[in-house]
Design a binder for this molecule. Structure first.
Ligand code: FAD
Length: 488
């Protein structure tokens, strides 16, 4: 019997583990190691952050789901990978530290035959002084607990406005190298919508702050979309929405300090500014989970397996990063997510190291990089998790000695339904699809993407779709009957 160990029970890890177990059956063991006892449908944290949903609506306990599926669950965080084994252990293994209250702090070695690293992002609030909810001066919606705190802070601001006080809202990203602008975009329009619903919109000044060169970049270099029969740029699409809702914007910004009532930021032209706020929700930059790696003799090989940001090297062409932006190609992006040195280790979702940015790299005259880093959103993370699981299953069962499934972001579409205000009759959402995620200027010389599959629309129907997706993905993640039929 072989053992597959999956690190992380988020979108990529949970997808990989559940499909692998379904395909492997009882012949092989699947072990999931993840520090949180709960699964979180992260996209709906936005609605927790405005009080439209409660934390309990977006989470469920993982242990009973894994028990029913026959998956071993260890509530623990992985600390290190030993791909060649080590002292007293011939097999490769990971070291873990339990977060499970009954074993808290205990360490264990878990051996594996195959390993999937799907540890997602570490929320790197420390990169910006004063950023974040834990001892900092801004709120976040990145976890359901952060989002619940954001909803409380929003309520306090609303109460002040009801008494006639004006409030300044600043929502966006808290560093020049952030990704996940989509979450900030969704949150700002949900806040704007909530303030209108509460009858206090006239008391609020709302500003978006972002490292994007233009609105609508989203870390994918922007996009052109087909909308109502016309081709329009994402910039125009986004700017018209901001204008229509009376939301101001600051773009090309690197936030370098967050104080109690203001942010300090540098813009791409090298000038420095301040912006006051009463309420700030700023997404942090993402780093890798911080796993270490050691060879058989115990030498530290972390830098051979992970990039300086902590993301795991896979089958991408990392030498392309030294080429000029104009020479970057869709072919630089990974296909199988197998690590180059260890054929039994894969990385899926945010955990893999991208070869380079998707948006054009930019630096201020002071040398500060101000550009969105590449997103690996929910749909690609799920698709990659499933493809990696399929390859691992084929390798574990002896069908192949190399990965059999590919999931390049250069040959993959992504759909995103960005909520712009919740409500069954008054809600709206921007439903966007793009194909491929990584622009391919060889195949699509004009816009880098196929405009038959790249479109966006804003409306109430989008809200309903977003609502349906919320229930569908939680249903799927709970492995309820027919779960495999629901696409990633
Ligand atoms: C507020 C918000 C809204 C979003 N909205 C959307 C949306 O509408 N659509 C969309 O497509 N995407 C959205 N995203 C992005 C989406 O959530 C991510 O792309 C997706 O979760 C990435 O999947 P992942 O599995 O790589 O990481 P995650 O889902 O973050 O999972 C990582 C897992 O690894 C675990 N882990 C961490 N450290 C360790 C360790 N040391 N050992 C073991 N396990 C560890 C974590 O606990 C977690 O279980 C949103 C993100 C945010 C923050």
């Amino acid at each position: 019997m072989g053992r597959l160990v999956v690190l992380g029970a988020g979108i990529a890890g949970h997808t990989a583990a559940t499909f692998a177990k379904k395909w492997l059956g009882d012949q092989h063991e699947v072990v999931v190691i993840s520090p949180n006892s709960k699964w979180n449908w992260i996209p709906s944290n936005i609605w927790v952050g405005v009080g439209y949903m409660k934390p309990d609506d977006v989470i469920f306990e993982l242990a009973p789901v894994y028990e029913k599926a026959g998956i071993v669950f260890k509530q623990a965080k992985a600390l290190s990978i030993h791909p060649e084994g080590g002292e007293g252990e011939e097999k490769p293994y990971v070291t873990i530290e339990y977060t499970d209250p009954s074993k808290k702090g205990q360490n264990e070695k878990v051996t594996y035959d195959y390993l999937i690293n799907a540890t997602g992002p570490k929320l790197n609030f420390a990169a910006t002084e004063g950023l974040g909810p834990d001892g900092g001066n801004s709120v976040s919606v990145c976890t359901y607990l952060h989002a619940a705190e954001a909803a409380n802070a929003l309520n306090i601001a609303i109460e002040k406005m009801k008494k006639g006080e004006k409030q300044k809202f600043l929502i966006g990203v808290g560093h020049g190298m952030c990704t996940c602008q989509g979450a900030a975009f969704e949150y700002i329009f949900n806040v704007e919508h909530t303030l209108r619903e509460k009858g206090v919109r006239d008391k609020a000044e709302i500003t978006y702050i972002s490292n994007e060169y233009e609105l609508g970049d989203f870390g994918v270099g922007g996009m052109h979309i087909k909308r109502g029969g016309y081709i329009t740029s994402g910039k125009v699409f986004a700017e018209s929405l901001f204008t229509e809702r009376g939301v101001h914007w600051i773009k090309r910004a690197h936030v370098n300090k967050v104080e109690k009532d203001r942010v300090h930021y540098e813009t791409l032209d090298g000038t420095f500014h301040e912006k006051e706020f009463d309420f700030a929700m700023l997404i942090p930059p993402f780093a890798g989970a911080g796993l270490k790696a050691y060879d058989k003799e115990g030498n530290d090989i972390t830098s051979e397996m992970f990039n300086p940001g902590g993301f795991m090297f896979v089958d991408a062409d990392y030498s392309s990063a030294s080429k000029p932006y104009e020479e970057w190609s869709v072919k630089d992006w990974p296909k199988t997510y197998q690590t180059p040195k260890y054929k039994n280790i894969f990385a899926a979702g945010i955990a893999f190291a991208p070869p380079h940015l998707i948006s054009k790299p930019m630096k201020s005259p002071n040398g500060t990089p101000i550009n969105p880093t590449p997103p690996r959103t929910g749909m690609p993370s799920g698709i990659i998790g499933k493809a990696v699981a399929a390859s691992v299953v084929d390798m574990m069962t002896g069908k192949s000695d190399k990965p059999t499934h590919k999931a390049s972001m250069g040959e993959m579409g992504a759909a995103c339904v960005a909520s712009a205000g919740a409500g069954f009759f008054k809600g709206t959402a921007a439903a966007m699809t793009m194909y491929p995620v990584i622009p391919d200027y060889e195949k699509y010389p004009n816009f880098g993407r196929d405009l038959n599959y790249t479109f966006g629309e804003l409306g109430l129907a989008g809200h309903w779709i977003k609502h349906i997706l919320h229930y569908m993905f939680i249903y799927k993640a709970k492995l309820k009957p027919g779960w495999t039929l629901i696409p990633e």
